[in-house]
Design a protein around this ligand. Structure first.
Ligand SMILES: Nc1ncnc2c1ncn2[C@@H]1O[C@H](COP(=O)(O)OP(=O)(O)OP(=O)(O)O)[C@@H](O)[C@H]1O
Length: 899
């Protein structure tokens, strides 16, 4: 019961937040009613009922909420938005008259921000691309459940109070994987602010890049940090700074790439005086915590691995950036190629290669794929499957762009550019090992990087407002740096033998102290000349090292070995292949050993650590089923749990590649990830080894389900599916009906919290009529109503296998309940029938009680609580009391020994 109630709390915003909403509504009943009338959800009759003079304000608020519940989610949203807007009292709108000099400074800041953000830097090496022409919305989600929000967030929501969990904090975190588009999102925000198109409440916006802050050796005050790292006011600096101090709520700071900062976040060194000088990271940490310049809104971006509990404590909310959606991919490709024929061809080739389509959910990979369309469309059978394939494609693209092949032969292009690859590789490798992403001319020279190497396009000049970094270079993207570092690890012979084993040791295996940084400052050429790199990475550095290791695996795969053999001795390559294979096998063993023995009577279950998913991805990159088979031969679990593991389509491809070699069937639990329809398709090759698959909260639509079921029907082991909280509608139920008819050993279907109506329930009922195996059917939180309940009841009336049925929160009324009572009467297997949060009135309850008298088999509790809306509040109260009595009787009757 508690479980069901909890689920319902999530579903219904108005229920969960009822007490606080009642409070907030009391002051704005009239306005809320007006908003509901304007939006067409309330009639004047509804308003009269709410505003009955005998009601106290709190009763009016309750009555309003009851009405809104019966009007559906859209009406609820109107109320929530209205209350929210009311709450966001216009602090920012207070009549502040900014001094003239401040407005001048605002103009200067806007124009430099605009200049800095109007082009996308990835295109810098080859061409210029205005951000306006290419920017595509990424998928943004709140990291926590937020009843106010149904659906995706938009850019402005990041800075607004939407989804705030800690009202005392001012810092918003935007977290996302490498290349998911965090920097680009900030760039868009900056550009729109500079044009006064968004966030007009903020008079000044200061943007910082943690990559660049790393090289700030001096101690600075906040004032110096602001003006030196953005731009100086021409006059009256003190006056402007004082204005900033006096009006913190009119100021916005953005910090890009907290994971790239050399120091891990800490709140040990407290600072509250804005004129006191301190190392830049200390200033930054104090700004984030709010001990410095409380009230200034801060947006910080980071890879998730670098965000520890210490930082989370100081966040007002966390927003997840999950890359492009399938429509985002479509939109990006069409923006990238104005020629619709080319765009259509690229999209067609993505549809034909779903592994590549999966990769394109990452914007950086989508960019590469679009950029290399000639190579992509020309490669036929050998179309890219792995992330290494994609990066090799861009390397080939850039190298041929710089200098077309001198000799014939598909495999020699690398040989022709090997010098450049080695120079860039050395620079990249030493940078990765020392958390260095910004390189001086001296750094470049130390690694032999020439003008010719730069002209290939992978190194770009750093953009910065301050003059400090004008002569510095960075890789087009940090993932490219990892790729070149991997090349260096493979191609060079004078590298420490322990480099590969160290690279493959994961953070969660080493148990490294995450709070310490192991590398010194590196922005001098001497630092880059270190011969051996200390690989004792912090949590923040781990993702780049792991990505480098992933590329090492990919480059050493059988498929690419012939390419490498043109560039270095085969013995060297073979030795490195052996090293990598050994590391992967050892890494997997370590994970398997950590699986606890099952408690008696329970299944052996493994909850994967993040490093497990990464190792699986490395195995996938190698594309050798022998290695996958070897790795899986030692895994003996009944249940593999990968919940909240950032599993997207790419990870699904790798998982499926490896898991299909398992010897015994497993339950695969992938709840709370972002699998999506493309991910579901990627999982199909391993479905035969899954006896159950759990995909709760994964953005799956009917399209994904149709493919899952088409394959599932052919899989002998497949018996259970859980799809709570996805985007399923009635369209998917025909597939389930087919599954039920075809597979007479299917045990469990859970479709809670989707969008299934009476029509869908009727479809399911069609399947159920012919099924003699289903034990669990969960449809809570849908909208099947009385009609749907009746259809299901009639199909299940004589089922002697059904153990549990949940129709919680489905708008089921008394006629539905009467029909369902027949299942109780006839079934010898039913143990639980859950019907909370419906609209069952006294007549329905009586039927259910009578049926229970006939059933001597029901073992577990079924529970009826009336919470439906009734137009007459008095009747509603009376029914409440009746139901309370009924519940008491039920509880008493259940407590009897034979029950
Ligand atoms: N919203 C977007 N619209 C168009 N292109 C995008 C978008 N987001 C990202 N890209 C492309 O992907 C590239 C990488 O994105 P970006 O640098 O913003 O990722 P990131 O999450 O900051 O990566 P990292 O964590 O590795 O620094 C961009 O240079 C751009 O080419």
């Amino acid at each position: 019961i508690v479980g069901v109630d909890r689920m319902m709390k999530r579903k219904s915003t108005l229920l969960t937040r009822r007490p606080s909403l009642v409070n907030k509504l009391q002051g704005c009943i009239d306005g809320t009613l007006e908003a509901l009338v304007v939006s067409g959800h309330f009639t004047s009759g509804d308003c009269d009922e709410v505003q009955l003079p005998i009601h106290t304000p709190s009763q009016q608020a309750r009555c309003l909420l009851n009405h809104v519940r019966s009007k559906g989610e859209a009406a609820a949203r109107v109320v929530l938005t209205y209350v929210q807007q009311k709450q966001e009292s216009p602090v920012n709108q207070e009549t502040v008259t900014p001094p003239k000099e401040l407005l001048k400074y605002q103009k200067k800041l806007s124009s430099s921000l605009s200049a800095q953000s109007c082009f996308l830097s990835t295109y810098g090496g080859t061409s210029n691309m205005p951000l306006d022409d290419i920017y595509t919305e990424g998928q943004l989600e709140l990291a926590h459940d937020c009843p106010d929000i149904n659906g995706p967030l938009v850019l402005e929501d990041i800075v607004s109070t939407v989804g705030t969990v800690n009202k005392d904090a001012d810092t918003v975190l935007v977290s996302g994987q490498a290349g998911s588009g965090k920097s680009t999102l900030l760039q868009r925000l900056h550009l729109l602010w500079a044009r006064r198109a968004v966030l007009q409440d903020f008079l000044l916006l200061f943007s910082f890049s943690c990559r660049r802050l790393n090289s700030e050796q001096r101690e600075l005050s906040v004032q110096e940090l602001l003006f030196q790292h953005s731009c100086w006011p021409d006059r009256e600096q003190e006056e402007i700074f004082q204005f900033i101090l006096d009006h913190p709520h009119l100021i916005l700071f953005t910090f890009d790439g907290l994971d790239e900062l050399k120091q891990s976040f800490s709140d040990e060194h407290r600072l509250c005086c804005p004129t006191q000088r301190a190392p830049v990271h200390v200033l930054l940490f104090n700004l984030i915590q709010g001990s410095l310049m409380k009230g200034v809104r801060k947006v910080v971006t980071s890879r998730p691995e670098a965000v520890g509990p210490l930082l989370k404590k100081h966040l007002c909310k966390e927003v997840l950036l999950k890359g492009f959606s399938p429509t985002g991919i479509d939109c990006f490709v069409r923006k990238h190629h104005t020629d619709p024929t080319v765009a259509a061809k690229i999209l067609g080739s993505l549809q034909a290669n779903t592994a590549l389509l999966g990769l394109c959910h990452s914007p950086v990979l989508c960019w590469i794929v679009s950029q290399c369309h000639m190579e992509l469309l020309g490669c036929g059978e050998g179309s890219p499957q792995t992330i290494t394939d994609v990066y090799l494609m861009i390397l080939q693209h850039f190298s041929q762009h710089q200098r077309p092949l001198q000799r014939n032969g598909a495999q020699i292009w690398l040989q022709e550019h090997i010098e450049t690859v080695l120079h860039l590789g050395q620079l990249a490798f030493q940078g990765i090992g020392t958390t260095c992403y910004l390189f001086s001319r001296a750094d470049l020279e130390a690694c032999g990087v020439s003008e010719n190497d730069i002209s290939m396009g992978f190194l770009i000049q750093s953009k910065d407002m301050s003059s400090t970094h004008s002569n510095h270079y960075e890789f087009l993207h940090v993932t490219m740096q990892c790729f070149f570092a991997a090349f260096y690890v493979i191609l060079t012979s004078n590298i420490d033998r322990s480099t590969i084993p160290k690279l493959f040791e994961t953070q969660d295996m080493k148990g490294t102290d995450q709070s310490s940084t192991c590398f010194g400052v590196c922005l001098t050429s001497t630092n880059l000349q270190v011969k051996t790199v200390d690989w004792g990475a912090t949590a923040a550095e781990t993702p780049n090292l792991q990505l480098t290791a992933t590329f090492v695996s990919g480059l050493l795969s059988q498929r690419h070995r012939s390419l490498l053999l043109h560039c270095c001795p085969s013995l060297l390559i073979e030795r490195k292949v052996r090293q990598v294979v050994k590391c992967l096998s050892k890494g997997m063993q370590k994970h398997f050993k950590s699986i606890p023995q099952p408690v008696e009577g329970e299944k052996k279950s493994m909850h994967a650590m993040p490093g497990f998913v990464w190792l699986i991805k490395c195995i996938y990159e190698m594309q050798e089923s022998r290695i996958a088979k070897d790795a899986m031969s030692k895994l003996e679990v009944d249940h593999l749990k990968l919940t909240y593991c950032n599993i997207g389509p790419v990870e699904c491809t790798a998982l499926s590649y490896v898991l299909q070699h398992l010897r015994n069937p497993i339950g695969l639990q992938l709840d709370n990830n972002f699998v999506g329809d493309v991910g579901v398709e990627q999982l199909l090759p391993c479905l035969h080894i899954c006896n159950s698959i759990y995909l709760r909260n994964n953005n799956i639509t009917d399209e994904g389900i149709s493919k899952l079921i088409a394959k599932g029907i052919q899989c002998e082991n497949f018996q259970k599916v859980a799809l709570f909280n996805n985007k399923l509608t009635d369209a998917c139920t025909q597939h389930f009906a087919h599954l039920l008819k075809t597979k007479q050993d299917f045990l469990s279907i859970r479709l809670g919290n989707n969008h299934i109506t009476a029509e869908g329930a009727k479809q399911l009922a069609e399947g159920l009529k012919f099924n003699h195996s289903l034990q669990y059917l969960g449809l809570w939180g849908n909208k099947i109503g009385d009609e749907g309940a009746r259809a299901l009841a009639s199909a299940l009336e004589n089922s002697q296998t059904l153990v549990w049925l949940s129709l919680v929160g489905n708008g089921v009324g008394s006629t539905g309940a009467c029909a369902l009572a027949n299942i109780i009467k006839n079934s010898t297997s039913l143990e639980g029938l859950w019907l909370t949060e419906n609209c069952i009135t006294r007549a329905g309850v009586e039927h259910l009680i009578q049926a229970l008298q006939h059933n001597t088999h029901m073992k577990s509790v079924w529970y009826v609580k009336y919470t439906g809306t009734n137009p007459n509040p008095k009747v509603s109260t009376v029914i409440w009391y009746i139901c309370l009595v009924v519940v008491c009787i039920l509880n008493w009757s259940i407590a009897r020994p034979h029950r």
